[in-house]
Design a protein around this ligand. Structure first.
Ligand code: PEP
Length: 221
């Protein structure tokens, strides 16, 4: 079996109370799954500590990710979280999500600095790209192909097209694993991970509900 990454992205959602409820429900719904699947849960900075503690207490088979990182090291950068601070709590980080490119003006230059910082701190990076033409900085091991029109729209790409784009991304870069993201659900996940070039998925909306996320993991096996 090829290694699979399932990376849930909570985006800008959930209070501490919401997160605690989610974790309890997820614990009750998730069965055991094979070790070739790595489940990453990418939560807002405000929840990293709480979720990390509960993953430990409940012995949940998931690892923790952040959704952003500063392009600068520790220092006078008000409102930013440096890679060293993120690494203190998380193992993974999403960089270059299309929502950050579009709503926060993050350019390829800024994203390359974020990758450099994250890599230096020992974070595993999921670098999002909307197509097979977007440059992926050196040092990225895992990328995610996320067509902008499919994100949060309920309209996923076809698994055949996603497979083709992902094969092209791999051919044009040094990236070893590429995930698909864009309206992935428990109902369509098997079609994506069944494709030869697709190494996992990045569900946003479907990770917000603990039962749906647990079902999605079950169906990916
Ligand atoms: C995402 O969070 O990157 C994403 C693809 O969201 P959704 O699954 O809701 O489309």
């Amino acid at each position: 079996m090829k290694p699979l990454v399932i990376a849930g992205n909570w985006k800008s959602n959930k209070t501490t109370a919401d997160a605690l409820r989610w974790l309890q429900d997820f614990k009750n719904h998730i069965g055991s799954f094979p070790s070739y699947i790595t489940v990453v849960l990418c939560v807002p900075f405000t929840l990293l500590y709480t979720v990390k503690e509960k993953i430990r207490v409940y012995s949940l088979p998931i690892v923790l990710g952040a959704q952003n990182v500063s392009p600068f090291p520790d220092g006078a950068e008000t409102g930013e979280e440096s890679a060293r601070m993120v690494r203190d709590l998380a193992d993974w980080v999403i960089i270059g999500h299309s929502e950050r490119r579009k709503n926060f003006g993050e350019t390829d230059e800024v994203l390359a600095k974020k990758v450099e910082q994250a890599k230096g701190a020992g974070l595993q990076i999921i670098y999002c790209v909307p197509d097979d033409h977007t440059r992926i900085p050196y040092g990225v091991d895992v990328a995610a192909y996320e067509p902008v029109w499919a994100i949060g729209s309920g309209e996923a790409d076809t698994s055949a097209n996603a497979n083709m784009v992902i094969a092209a991304i791999k051919a044009a870069s040094q990236v070893k694993q590429v995930l698909y993201g864009g309206s992935v659900t428990a109902a369509n996940v098997a079609s994506f991970v069944g494709e030869p070039s697709i190494d996992g998925v990045l569900p946003g909306g479907a990770s917000l509900d603990p039962e749906k996320f647990a079902d999605l993991i079950t169906n990916a096996r």
